[in-house]
Ligand binder design. Structure first.
Ligand code: ATP
Ligand code: MG
Length: 438
């Protein structure tokens, strides 16, 4: 395993002072998989104050010292070095009762969540891998360290972490670990919502449709609004999939944009509530976009999502049933109102939604390519789409003698003329249009 010079320097310094030192956790896992680790965590038998003494000549970050972590600034980057430790019982499914520093690395590895995350490596000592992490990596298996149910009872965030690692590396979750993910899922109710939200944000952009199906019990526990969709027969000739499978496919077909993926996941959550069965045996879902948008707002508020993301998601869901018209005036208006990014995301969501019905005809997909072509024409023309793009502004109108409300009214009237292609967006043409009116 290749290590950066800064890490080798740290390991050497600790070993020369008589301590054991390793890189540990995610970086060992990633390196064994042939992936470039995004950072290196270190662990050592040295107590925090001993680590501090070894690196006395360096700038140190001591914020985590109480928990055993000393940060050493090497080549402008902080290397985190944590003392081997074990943990006592967890009484609240979140925090250990006590933490104790130890000198045996195996004890430290035993407190870690999954075998593939419970490995350490040192250039002089080789691998410490007491739970068969390398073997599991080779076989593509995600397995909890020790008794899975007990480990998830200690900290139920591990369930979501487990889903994330399984999805990220395409690993199969070992049988007992998977069973415990489901049987202990209720413990995630005790987690801080922000932690759940953070994990979901790391997870969602990576999920394929099959992942959403496989881990439905876990997802439904943290977002109970998803549950009525599982196995829900849409009773509609345009849909061949149940509602949850359809949703999984929409997520799958959306690129890795966070807002888009959240919107895909929640875009139809209101459907079961608004369903009306027609006389022809077909189900109708009038108003489901608005109801889903409102429910999505509730889900994201509860998870304490940032306002900007929540608003984007709610907008996308609220508008997802309004299919665009392949027409310049219409699209120019919408581009002006929504902005290019939202417009693009909305199209992507709608296209994914159309695909995921399972009954898509080429004609429907042609609509999206036509709309995209017209949109790029509009953007290339660099035309006026909103008040801010108008060649006359409020100050100009004031100079022409307009006052108060009349300014806004006139500007909007001019914008409409331009959008309707009845007036060019130049000072002369707009001024002439003003005078025509007065
Ligand atoms: P990533 O590449 O996503 O950062 P990682 O494995 O480095 O993956 P971190 O959250 O950075 O994950 O944690 C570092 C290590 O600490 C993990 O590899 C694991 O050994 C341990 N760990 C982290 N969180 C937990 C937890 N909740 N329970 C047990 N061990 C954990
Ligand atoms: Mg990490």
């Amino acid at each position: 395993m290749q290590l950066p010079d800064s890490i080798l320097t740290c390991i050497r310094a600790l070993e020369e002072a008589g301590f054991q030192a390793y890189v540990v956790g995610g970086c060992v896992r990633d390196a064994c998989l042939g992936l470039a680790p995004h950072d290196y965590d270190m662990c050592t038998s040295a107590l925090p104050e001993e680590t501090e003494a070894v690196f006395a000549g360096y700038r140190l970050v001591l914020a985590g010292k109480k928990h055993g972590t000393v940060g050493v600034v090497m080549d402008g980057e902080v290397v985190e070095i944590t003392t081997f430790r074990t943990e006592g019982d967890y009484l609240d499914n979140r925090h250990p009762e006590w933490v104790e520093f130890v000198t045996d690395i195996e004890k430290d590895l035993a407190r870690r969540d999954f075998t593939v995350n419970a490995m350490a490596y040192s250039p002089t000592r080789g691998f410490a891998d007491p739970f068969g992490g390398r073997e599991d990596l080779k076989n593509g298996i995600l397995r909890a360290v020790g008794d899975p149910a007990k480990r998830f009872q200690e900290d139920s965030l591990r369930i979501l972490r487990g889903v994330r690692f399984a999805v990220r590396f395409g690993f199969a979750v070992e049988e007992n670990t998977l069973a415990a993910m489901d049987s202990q899922a209720h413990l995630m109710d005790n987690l801080a919502r922000e932690r759940v939200y953070d994990e979901l944000c790391k997870l969602l952009p990576r999920m394929k449709a099959t992942d959403l199906l496989e881990f439905a019990p876990v997802l439904c526990r943290v977002i109970p609004e998803l549950k009525p969709m599982v196995g829900y027969d849409q009773k509609n000739r345009h849909h061949i999939h149940d509602l949850y499978t359809h949703t999984a496919l929409v997520v799958h077909h959306c690129p890795n944009d966070l807002a888009l993926r959240w919107a895909a996941l929640l875009h139809d959550i209101g459907k079961p509530q608004v369903m009306i069965l027609g006389e022809d045996g077909q189900a109708h879902y009038h108003g489901h976009a608005a109801v889903s948008a409102e429910m999505a707002d509730g889900v994201l508020r509860r998870l304490k999502a940032p306002t900007a993301l929540r608003e984007q998601v709610v907008t996308l869901i609220a508008k997802h049933m309004m299919l665009p018209q392949p027409e310049k005036k219409y699209l120019r208006r919408h581009l002006g109102k929504l902005g290019a990014e939202t417009m693009e995301n909305l199209l992507t969501l709608q296209e994914a939604d159309t695909h995921a019905t399972g009954t898509t005809h080429d004609m429907e997909l042609t609509l999206f390519s036509n709309v995209r072509a017209i949109l790029s024409e509009i953007q290339a023309e660099n035309t006026c789409l909103a008040l801010k793009d108008l060649a006359l502004n409020g100050h100009d109108l004031m100079a022409l003698g307009y006052q108060g409300k009349a300014i806004g009214l006139e500007l909007n009237r001019l914008l409409n003329l331009v959008l309707e292609e009845q007036c060019e967006n130049t000072r002369e043409a707009l001024t002439a249009a003003l005078e025509k009116e007065t």
